[in-house]
Design a protein around this ligand. Structure first.
Ligand SMILES: Nc1ncnc2c1ncn2[C@@H]1O[C@H](COP(=O)(O)OP(=O)(O)OP(=O)(O)O)[C@@H](O)[C@H]1O
Ligand SMILES: [Mg+2]
Length: 258
């Protein structure tokens, strides 16, 4: 479904992605792990077309996305549900308009139908429908993540849900209980929607709950990728980078990039 080949992205002289290659099958859940500043969000923004890669190839459902026309890009992006790192809700819009944002792109959709979509998806992520008319600045961080998740999975005006989901750090900054709740919600959404999913996280609990496959991004490249089950075989000797990351060790070969 998504094939990334030798992707490079530079900001001025700062080479952030230096030859990333990944292959994500339809219906598969890939989790990308990596330290702060390793380029995870930049990678996702390249997939969405929010950043222009310096070179390489990204094909989604066999369509080359680099250099694609606006129409082709729009067509693919309309199939993608995205939860941004800091939720990125629209501050000036009430919660119902945030959640039903995809459906509201169809101008003929009635307000009551849009509110119904929003209410249904708030309930789906465990929130009260009394929040429909609230604004994002009234929400706690955990509720904002849930609203972001509801927006990511909500359908268009025809009732078609996204078939590609991208979650950038869905649990960062949340307590352990909320982390579990969000991880379980993500699993549920992925199973129900049969979506192809990319999740970015620092959190090994999320990897264990969500991932079919995992990949470690370090210094602009994927230095390990494998099945989730393979993670339990990783030792300090077989892969000191992954071992250090998985165990949250302060010492090891990984250098923190600022
Ligand atoms: N628009 C931009 N202009 C210039 N540099 C950028 C831009 N966006 C990202 N970068 C740089 O790219 C590098 C990777 O950033 P990115 O946000 O992808 O990190 P990350 O892996 O998502 O980190 P975190 O885990 O903290 O979210 C950083 O050095 C950052 O400064
Ligand atoms: Mg990031």
């Amino acid at each position: 479904m998504i094939i990334i080949k030798d992707l490079h992205k530079k900001f001025g002289t700062n080479a952030v992605l230096k030859g990333v290659s990944l292959d994500i099958q339809q219906g598969q859940s890939l989790v990308i792990i990596g330290g702060s500043g390793s380029g995870k969000s930049v990678l996702v923004k390249c997939i969405l077309g929010l950043e222009q890669p310096t070179s390489g190839s990204i094909t989604i459902d066999a369509h080359e996305m680099i250099g694609a026309s606006r129409t082709a890009r729009h067509k693919i992006n309309s199939r993608i549900g995205m939860l941004f790192q800091h939720s990125a809700l629209f501050d000036s819009l009430p919660i119902w308009q945030n959640v039903a944002f995809r459906a509201l792109q169809t101008p003929s959709l009635s307000i009551s139908d849009a509110r119904e979509i929003a209410a249904e998806h708030l309930i789906r992520v465990g929130l009260e429908t009394s929040l429909l008319d609230a604004f994002p600045n009234e929400l706690s961080g955990g509720s904002a993540k849930r609203v972001g998740l509801a927006r990511a999975i909500a359908p268009d005006a025809n009732g078609t849900p996204p078939d590609i989901l991208i979650f950038d750090e869905p649990t960062t900054g949340l307590d352990a209980l909320m982390t579990e709740i969000i991880n379980d919600l993500i699993c549920e959404c992925v199973e129900n929607l049969h979506a192809t999913t990319i999740t970015i996280t620092h959190d090994m609990r999320s990897v264990r709950t969500i991932a079919d496959k995992a990949a470690l991004l370090y210094r602009g490249g994927i230095i390990w990728q494998g099945e989730q089950n393979d993670l339990s075989d990783v030792t300090q000797d077989t892969n000191p980078y992954l071992y250090q990351f998985m165990n949250g060790l302060a010492t090891g070969p990984i250098e923190v990039v600022e």
